[in-house]
Design a protein around this ligand. Structure first.
Ligand code: DGP
Length: 115
């Protein structure tokens, strides 16, 4: 757990979240500021700041996040209508929380922007 990391605090249960999925490696919960009718974040329990910090040892974990995100999207009813998986890294991508996370966005026709 990293001090002052909001998502580490969510993993630890110190900050509440509307959780939709959890296993021993990852959790998923609704974004506090949804950019689409469905906006869920999938995060690893392990603190990885961003893709720049991810390494080969995280390969299975990142693959697990991606595959579970697809299942969570399907459970949210988005399989047919479609959805976007987004992972922002750094200032040009407007990353605001430096604990790696996948956004699941769907429920309406998305624009070229985040939502
Ligand atoms: P990004 O810009 O890619 O770093 O996205 C961070 C997302 O995290 C943003 O969509 C808002 C969301 N967020 C920030 N703080 C909280 C929080 O305390 N709870 C929840 N559920 N979401 C948060």
């Amino acid at each position: 757990m990293v001090q002052d990391c909001i998502f580490c605090k969510i993993v630890a249960g110190e900050i509440p979240s509307k959780q939709v999925y959890a296993d021993d490696l990852i959790i998923a919960f609704h974004d506090i500021s949804p950019q689409a009718p469905t906006h869920i974040l999938v995060i690893p329990r392990k603190h990885i700041s961003d893709m720049n910090e991810a390494s080969a040892e995280d390969q299975a974990l990142l693959g697990h996040m991606m595959l579970r995100a697809g299942e969570i999207a399907a459970e949210a009813g988005l399989a047919e209508s479609g959805y976007r998986l987004a992972l922002n890294t750094g200032p040009d991508a407007r990353q605001s929380v430096f604990h790696i996370h996948l956004h699941i966005l769907g429920g309406r026709r998305l624009t070229g922007q985040m939502g």
